[in-house]
Ligand binder design. Structure first.
Ligand SMILES: Nc1ncnc2c1ncn2[C@@H]1O[C@H](COP(=O)(O)OP(=O)(O)OP(=O)(O)O)[C@@H](O)[C@H]1O
Ligand SMILES: [Mg+2]
Length: 238
């Protein structure tokens, strides 16, 4: 469904990603993990068209999207939920959600989507007139994810949804992602908490210094020595 082939990308003179190749099949739940500064967010920005690759190819469904604008990529069905959510603080929950559906012209479809996300996050429904800028961190995360869903994405790119949330809320966000995936949404998740990411997802890519260091089924990677030593804090005795 989505495939990166030897993608090189960065910011101006600074190259951050080196020959990234990764694949997300329809219906999969994939995680992308790695240390701070490895290039995880940069990978999601490249897929969503915010930065253009220096070289390489990005295929989504039947298109090569590496030259598309972010709007065109959203229209193709790729939705990017950024770390800070990019919400409009002076606008209500409902208006922020409607902004997320800007590519949808059909009013009924918009309304249907609104009902769908309010059903997914009843807390947002209760506060739909509240300004986004006055929401708690957890509520803002819910709104960011909900807004990402308003465009009926075929694939959802989610950057660190658990960051800054209390453990209880973290499990709630992950349960929601799992539910979305069960309902057919393909997800590429960037996550700091490697243990959780590996338990939640089907396959995982490990990014280190801008390169894919390892990839495989999440279950297998949970048993991998490099992953255990570097990310899980479980050191096995010789
Ligand atoms: N707008 C930018 N301009 C210049 N350099 C940037 C920019 N954004 C990120 N970088 C650099 O690119 C590298 C990769 O950053 P990126 O945000 O992709 O890492 P990350 O894996 O998401 O890290 P984290 O886990 O901390 O979120 C870092 O060295 C960072 O300083
Ligand atoms: Mg990041």
């Amino acid at each position: 469904m989505l495939e990166l082939k030897n993608v090189n990308a960065g910011y101006g003179e600074l190259q951050v990603l080196y020959n990234i190749s990764l694949k997300v099949e329809e219906g999969e739940f994939i995680s992308l993990v790695g240390p701070n500064g490895a290039g995880k967010t940069t990978t999601l920005r490249t897929i969503s068209g915010i930065i253009k690759p220096i070289s390489g190819e990005i295929d989504f469904l039947d298109n090569k999207i590496e030259t598309f604008t972010p709007q065109q990529i959203t229209r193709q069905g790729v939705s990017f939920v950024t770390e800070d959510g990019c919400l409009f603080p002076g606008m209500s929950i409902k208006d922020n959600l409607e902004m997320g559906a800007y590519i949808i012209k059909d009013k009924e479809k918009k309304q249907e989507n609104l009902e769908y996300v309010f059903n997914l996050f009843p807390r947002l429904a209760e506060r739909k007139k509240q300004l986004a800028g006055t929401l708690s961190g957890g509520e803002r995360k819910m709104l960011s994810i909900a807004r990402g869903l308003m465009s009926n994405p075929q694939v959802l790119l989610v950057d660190e949804p658990s960051l800054g949330l209390a453990p209880q809320l973290v499990s709630k966000v992950f349960e929601t992602l799992k539910r979305l995936n069960d309902e057919g949404v393909t997800i590429l998740l960037v996550e700091q908490n490697v243990n959780t990411a590996l338990k939640l997802t089907d396959r995982t890519y490990v990014l280190e210094q801008g390169e894919i260091a390892l990839s495989g089924s999440s279950r297998d990677l949970l048993q991998d020595d490099h992953v255990k030593n570097s990310y899980l804090g479980i050191r096995e005795r010789e």
